[in-house]
Every structure is written in structure tokens, then in C-alpha cells.
Design a protein around this ligand. Structure first.
Ligand code: HEC
Length: 88
């Protein structure tokens, strides 16, 4: 899917969903009611999420690119429906 020139790949839902599918869903399966197992069980602030992303990399070998990491973090913060409260 081609993104409009003004939209960077890092800030679209599609980019985040693709990154989660590629790097996270093998351990955090999507839930029928929305969100992902464990990953969206509780709210995080932006800085907490960044810490969690680093933990996923160090402890669980999840290696999204910097763009993918930014897309995932922004996506989780703007989607309370996924179980994550946007506490910025
Ligand atoms: C190899 C398995 C694995 C992969 C891949 C993985 N995780 Fe995790 N993740 C876990 C496990 C197990 C836990 C719970 C235990 C813990 O927090 O140490 C966890 C916990 C979390 C938490 C904290 C949940 C909480 O309430 O404390 C978040 C957020 C999270 N993962 C996000 C992600 C994201 C985003 C990705 C993809 C970039 C990802 N994880 C990839 C295994 C994984």
C-alpha cells in the first residue's frame, strides 16, 4: 500500500499492525476483543512503553527497526480500544 508523501511509514496504523504481526504476535497473539495478549493488558505511558520495547529486544529477541518501534509505540498510545490508555 503506497502511503501519501506527507505520511511517513512510521506513523500509520498499517505500519504498526504489520510491525506487530512481524515482531510481536508470535508471543502476543491478537485477542478476539481487540488488543494483544499480555502486550495490551494494562496502560503504559510513552516512556514506559519505550522501556518495554527495549526489554522485548533484550530479553525476547524482538528486533523491530527504529521506524517500526516508533510506529508500534505511537499506535499503542493512540488506541485505548486496544487496552492501552493514551497517557502521554
Ligand atoms: C519471544 C516472545 C516475545 C516477543 C517476540 C515479544 N514479547 Fe512482549 N512479552 C513477552 C513475555 C513473555 C512478556 C511477559 C513477561 C515479561 O514482561 O517479562 C512480555 C511482556 C510485554 C509487555 C509488558 C506487558 C505488561 O503488562 O507488563 C509489553 C508492552 C510487550 N511485551 C510488548 C511487546 C511488543 C510491542 C513486541 C514486539 C516488538 C513484543 N512484546 C515481542 C514475550 C515476547
Amino acid at each position: 500500500m503506497a502511503a501519501p508523501a506527507t505520511t511517513t511509514a512510521a506513523n500509520t496504523d498499517a505500519a504498526a499492525l504489520a510491525a506487530i504481526a512481524a515482531h510481536c504476535a508470535r508471543c502476543h497473539p491478537a485477542l478476539p476483543g481487540g488488543g494483544w495478549q499480555t502486550m495490551t493488558a494494562r496502560p503504559f505511558t510513552r516512556s514506559e512503553l519505550k522501556t518495554q520495547m527495549r526489554r522485548m529486544e533484550e530479553e525476547f529477541s524482538a528486533f523491530p527497526s527504529p521506524d517500526e518501534t516508533a510506529a508500534i509505540v505511537d499506535f499503542l498510545l493512540r488506541r485505548p480500544a486496544g487496552g492501552v490508555t493514551a497517557a502521554r
